[in-house]
Write a protein that binds this ligand. Structure first.
Ligand code: SAM
Length: 257
């Protein structure tokens, strides 16, 4: 994934580091996520919580944790010895006891200071996995940090969303865009001065990355708005009808891999 920074209407200038725009984007993202009608609040976080199950007594590593707010909630619900890692360093000013927040790069997960020799019961990649320079290497590093009965919870945007947007913009078909391997760019909805450029991916690309890292999919989910939220926020249902939402995977190490 490559991110570009846009200067108003001028052509976007490629950022040297794909994750760099997050140094600027992080506070805008957290503001958007906190809104009452954000899809993260209405759909994504409730579904992620449900798949995580009871976290009491479990250690959690949240990779690409944003400000650490989700992990803080898990720690308040009983998670122990938990660590959040994010490149932005835009962290909560007063994390609860039992939560450590570290500025680090998920592409170098195996050498993040503070993670050496540690293991975790749950490892989260919530909308952050796409920033890995070498996705298989990052997943392998996470796999090596799992406890015996541990699992990884990983979410990614449904790639059909991007194919829909590109087919509308380019006057092409859904299939042409979904199977295109070209990079594409779009203005971030959280700050329209920032343009994100991503490498196209398909669902089979994701599954093959999990497999190459020695993981198997125990559960996959495509969470949708609950009925009450559909009635209350019809504009969000309209967005979901067109863009589908996110994919969530619960991944476990393949024995003997
Ligand atoms: C869409 S946000 C998701 C944040 C959070 N996981 C959530 O679910 O609300 C993506 C996050 O990935 C982080 N990120 C981007 N590139 C990264 C990298 N190379 N290493 C660590 N974190 C990164 C960003 O700073 C941002 O916090």
């Amino acid at each position: 994934m490559v991110c570009l920074v846009a200067n108003s209407e001028e052509s976007p200038t490629p950022a040297a580091d794909p994750s760099r725009p997050w140094l600027q984007l992080a506070p805008d993202y957290e503001r958007a996520r906190a809104k009452e009608d954000s899809l993260d609040r209405l759909v994504e976080w409730p579904a992620q919580r449900e798949l995580l199950g009871d976290v009491a007594g479990r250690s959690v590593l949240d990779v690409g944790c944003g400000n650490g707010g989700k992990l803080a909630e898990l720690v308040r619900d009983g998670a122990t010895a938990s660590v959040g890692v994010d490149i932005s360093g835009n962290f909560l000013s007063a994390p609860p006891p039992g939560l450590e927040l570290i500025q680090g790069d998920l592409s170098e997960l195996d050498s993040v200071p503070g993670l050496a020799g540690r293991t975790f019961d749950r490892i989260l990649f919530l909308q952050s996995f796409g920033y890995a320079k070498d996705p298989v290497r990052t997943l392998q590093a996470a796999r090596a940090m799992l406890t015996d009965d541990g699992f990884i919870l990983l979410t990614r945007t449904q790639p059909i969303r991007y194919a829909v947007e590109r087919s509308e913009r380019n006057g092409t078909s859904l299939g042409e865009e979904y199977f295109s391997t070209d990079e594409f760019s779009y203005r971030s909805g959280w700050n329209d001065d920032i343009i994100l450029t991503k490498r196209a991916y398909t669902i089979s690309d994701l599954i093959n990355e999990f497999s190459a890292a020695g993981l198997w999919i125990e559960t996959a989910l495509e969470p949708q708005l609950p009925a009450e939220a559909r009635r209350r926020y019809p504009h969000k249902q309209e967005w979901m009808n067109k863009h589908l939402g996110i994919l969530i995977f619960k991944l476990r190490p393949r024995p003997g891999h």
